[in-house]
Ligand binder design. Structure first.
Ligand code: SAM
Length: 430
């Protein structure tokens, strides 16, 4: 396919997403299924156009004065990808598979530079109703932080220290462009490619099949490390889902002690069994909510890890469609779930034990506000500032920008070059 046909396809897919509210991955997959002639290179370019148009929907939309799928896709090609108007006009005149030629209004929209007039939330590509929360969290940096969340994400890998080490894996994956990251000693990163670039399929690597590494953003690796799980401890991973944090905790514990992996939704737990096996993890008991309860664990845990259900605002780089779909009702539902999980978690902690509370959201309502509420209702718990552990584990030179006065940590693409993530450690004193 030439670029004209790819642009037409991207406009078609984006229209499906906007007009028929189809999930973007499904719309792309269905387009591929009904256009078998398209090669994998074509699909990559079409996907990249659609995802980038979604990432920058508000800023580009404000710049060209429309959120119409056609203009968003064309503007992505001309402005975001830097192909320029002349190149687009050549492409549009190439054959009959291209989108229609530009109208005068479209041509002037693609030429206009109205960046001064863009409202901050549009410039930041953040939905208007969330802007107050964003400003509360980031103050003057809110636009910078929003913009960073609208960029493409890297692929981060966690080296499974039960089976491999970073140096060895770095060499093995050099051909895929993997580089050591700067914060955790367990992470490798494949940087995002610009424009039509295609990311490698790392799950096809021998090292993945052998369990030498997992796909996991560095922010999650940092949170698992800061939880401080030690060999021999008793740990409850209360929202284990597919087991990403479980595996990282097991590696930190060197397979010694016991992790109980639980999730209220048994379907979400399903992939964990295969992952545990591949990773060589032997100290995890999976607690299926349908057949087991956690009664016997009450008051016994050194650590309860809560990877809380959340709105996912910190991972907008990876799921740009979720940014525009998020509703106030969904936020309210997540807040209720988070309160429930925190309240439930406290029962399992033994005196001297701790709760690690983490979300992949950047909204203060889901993070610091939940911690404040929990501390007010549970006077036997105290917040442990993360700064000393950070300095000890990752070095004192590059402390993260967002550590609150009382010691919670917020990671962001702009400040730590990771996904957006919140982490707080709560210790039961008595
Ligand atoms: C962020 S996801 C967990 C991701 C997982 N820890 C990982 O690293 O792959 C949050 C999980 O919390 C679970 N959840 C929601 N409410 C819960 C509750 N009350 N108790 C336990 N798990 C709950 C959801 O089913 C979901 O799988």
């Amino acid at each position: 396919m030439k670029d004209g046909g790819r642009l037409s396809a991207a406009i078609e897919v984006l229209s499906e997403v906007f007009d028929r509210h189809r999930p973007v991955q499904l719309a792309l997959r269905d387009w591929g299924a009904s256009h078998r002639f398209a090669g994998s290179g074509d699909r990559t370019v079409i996907g990249n156009l659609v995802f980038d148009a979604l990432r920058h929907k508000a800023s580009i939309g404000a710049r060209v004065g429309s959120r119409d799928p056609r203009l968003l896709v064309l503007a992505t090609y001309v402005l975001t990808w830097g192909n320029g108007l002349e190149r687009l006009q050549t492409v549009l005149s190439e054959d009959h598979h291209t989108p229609d030629a530009l109208s005068e209004a479209e041509e002037s929209a693609l030429k206009a530079d109205v960046s001064d007039e863009i409202l901050p939330h549009d410039a930041a590509d953040v939905p208007e109703w969330l802007w107050r929360s964003f400003e509360k969290q980031f103050g003057e940096e809110a636009v910078v932080e929003g913009r960073a969340l609208a960029q493409r994400a890297p692929i981060d890998l966690r080296v499974n220290t039960l089976k491999s080490d970073r140096e060895k894996l770095h060499k093995r994956l050099a051909h895929a462009g993997a580089e050591a990251t700067t914060i955790t000693p367990t992470a490798l990163r494949i940087a995002p490619k610009p424009g039509a670039g295609r990311m490698p399929h790392v799950q096809a690597e021998e090292g993945y099949r052998k369990g030498w590494f997992e796909l996991q953003d560095e922010a999650s690796q940092i949170a698992a490390a800061l939880a401080g799980a030690k060999p021999g401890e008793q740990v409850l991973d209360l929202c284990a889902g597919g087991g990403g944090k479980t595996l990282a905790l097991a590696a930190a514990m060197e397979n010694k002690g016991q992790i109980y992996a639980y999730d209220a939704d048994r379907l979400r737990l399903a992939p964990i069994h295969e992952r545990l096996q591949r990773s060589g993890v032997r100290n995890v008991q999976v607690k299926d909510p349908a057949s087991s309860d956690l009664e016997a664990l009450k008051g016994q845990m050194d650590l309860v890890f809560i990877d809380a259900p959340c709105t996912g605002t910190g991972v907008w780089r990876r799921r740009p469609d979720s940014k525009w779909k998020l509703t106030e009702k969904a936020l309210e539902d997540r807040l209720i779930e988070q309160r429930k999980v925190l309240e439930n978690a406290r029962m399992f902690v033994k005196p001297g034990g701790r709760i690690a509370y983490a979300t992949c959201s950047l909204l203060p309502e889901e993070n610091a506000d939940q911690v404040t509420r929990f501390l007010a209702e549970n006077e036997d718990f105290k917040l442990v500032p993360v700064v000393d552990d950070w300095a000890r584990m990752f070095g004192p030179d590059h402390l993260p920008t967002y550590i609150s006065d009382r010691g919670e940590l917020t990671l962001t693409p702009a400040s730590t070059d990771t996904d957006g993530f919140f982490f707080a450690l709560l210790k039961r004193e008595s």
